[in-house]
Ligand binder design. Structure first.
Ligand code: ADP
Length: 477
């Protein structure tokens, strides 16, 4: 059935629009909160990837030739389309990724998709006059690369797709995107909504797991890969693209530290700490994953945080009252459970949670806070990516900074203090792509975002994000 005949502003219409063609190979998708089957997604082969890249390559010159104004206008119309379909998108994201509709959840995600599309449309990247005097005249231009290969993870499946798609399209590239195999419906749905406003072939979706991602990234017609996912996969992509010298933006995992200075107000920071750590039930790249608290206020911070956390309802995302949902998949739930069990066995103190209900349906793991945990405990040094926060005691700020910097990742980080100037001094000593003051994980569509060390390289958002999906061309003379 043609998607244009369906109403993409309803959950049922949107699901029908992205359903596999009659008789095509497909597989079932289940709701992580209930185990219920919610839809079907196509199972594709390397030949499908080849065909998608061929279509995207064919569509690229005309898309680039449209010029910045027309492409920006298309992105603005796409943002309007996302807004019209926001509730349908949110419901699909909630049911497939587990995110609650409310709080910083699925409706927030759909809203962010529209905001990032609009911002990409409005951001200017003018040619830059580098020299214009008696020594010469040189202008730096930013040109479309060609076809961008985009690969997304399952935690913010629509928003991250837009982070990759919007700047790429804005600069005149076409895109072939492969959503995570865990959240394929989300990838198909956001692309179907945006595609209402784009010429054919400009945005293609391929489905599958790492093998299909490998075929996409290794194709020599892909000029740029935008990737968000694990460090291990990022390294594989570097290998797969080495022969083609494909340009890369790699937003890889993190294990973000937060440092609470002795002058912080425990009650005032509890809410920010909580959402910094537990947004999307802890399944966020730049979430607070290890919290270092000064000895003088340690107990007060743990108590305030635990009291705030205990009041936040967890349950199926589509039930309006819930603000935390299940883990997206069984594997992730096992990782969280194992890390918490190991911490418990080591003598750490579980202040909240830590006892999953093995008989309950879905991949739920309770909101968990673990205190008096050794800085070298696996719950601290490995990325838990779930609702379990270790809180580590420190007595000397230098020691906390050293602990924050000791891991081979550096995406986000935060410093919490009643004295912003003091907090900024400490922030300057943290090795990370971003350090927030009295917040954690707050993203802004024109503030550059990226990582260092094992968290990858390249910047997203704003003019820097546009440069990342263009190649620089100097006209000298
Ligand atoms: P996560 O733990 O977030 O699932 P992954 O790195 O495993 O992180 O997956 C992120 C995305 O990368 C998914 O879309 C996945 O299918 C894709 N992927 C996995 N392996 C590869 C690979 N070798 N090449 C390209 N993409 C891959």
């Amino acid at each position: 059935m043609e998607s244009t005949q369906l109403d993409l502003t309803t959950y049922e219409g949107l699901l029908a629009a992205i359903a596999p063609a009659e008789g095509a190979p497909s597989r079932e998708v289940t709701d992580p909160a209930t185990g219920e089957v919610i839809g079907l997604v196509p199972v594709q082969t390397p030949a499908d990837v080849d065909a998608a890249i061929t279509r995207a390559e064919a569509a690229q010159p005309a898309w680039e030739a449209l010029g910045h104004e027309e492409r920006s206008a298309a992105l603005l119309r796409a943002a309007d389309a996302v807004e019209r379909s926001a509730e349908a998108l949110a419901r699909i994201s909630s049911r497939e990724s587990g995110k609650p509709l409310n709080g910083p959840g699925a409706r927030f995600e759909a809203g962010a998709c529209a905001i990032w599309l609009r911002t990409a449309a409005a951001t200017q990247l003018d040619p830059q006059v580098v020299v214009d005097d008696e020594s010469g005249h040189a202008v730096l231009h930013y040109r479309a690369i060609g076809v961008v290969g985009a690969i997304t993870p399952w935690n913010w499946p629509m928003m991250i797709a837009v982070w990759q798609i919007a700047p790429s399209l804005r600069m005149g590239n076409t895109v072939v995107i492969k959503p995570s195999e865990y959240t394929t419906l989300c990838g198909l749905a956001i692309a179907a909504v945006i595609n209402q406003e784009l010429p054919e072939g400009v945005l293609e979706v391929v489905t599958g797991a790492g093998d299909i991602g490998g075929v996409l990234t290794a194709d020599p017609r892909i000029g740029k890969v935008m990737f968000t996912g694990s460090t291990a996969t990022g390294k594989r992509i570097i290998g797969a693209t080495a022969d083609n010298l494909t340009r890369l933006t790699l937003e890889l995992g993190g294990n973000d530290p937060g440092i609470v200075l002795p002058d912080a107000d425990p009650k005032a920071i509890a809410e920010g700490l909580f959402w910094g750590a537990f947004i999307n039930t802890g399944q966020t790249c730049a979430a607070l994953k290890r919290l270092y608290v000064h000895d003088s206020i340690y107990d007060a911070v743990v108590d305030e945080l635990a009291a705030f956390a205990a009041a936040i309802p967890m349950g199926p995302g589509v039930e309006e009252q819930n603000l935390l949902g299940p883990l997206q998949n069984a594997k992730q739930r096992e990782i969280v459970a194992k890390l918490v069990d190991e911490a418990k066995a080591s003598g750490a103190r579980v202040v909240l949670g830590g006892e999953p209900d093995a008989d309950a349906p879905g991949y739920f793991y309770p909101t968990t806070i673990v205190a008096d945990v050794d800085p070298s405990n696996p719950l601290v040094v490995e990325e838990q990516f779930g609702p379990a926060l270790p809180v580590i005691r420190y007595s000397d700020v230098d020691e906390a900074i050293a602990e924050a910097n000791r891991l081979n990742v550096g995406l986000g980080s935060s410093v919490w203090s009643s004295d912003p100037a003091r907090a900024r001094e400490v922030a300057a000593r943290i090795k990370a792509g971003t350090t927030w003051i009295n917040a954690h994980g707050a993203l802004h569509p024109i503030v550059p975002f990226g990582g260092v060390k094992g968290s990858g390289y390249g910047l997203e958002f704003g003019p820097e994000g546009l440069k990342a999906v263009a190649y620089p061309h100097v006209i000298n003379g």
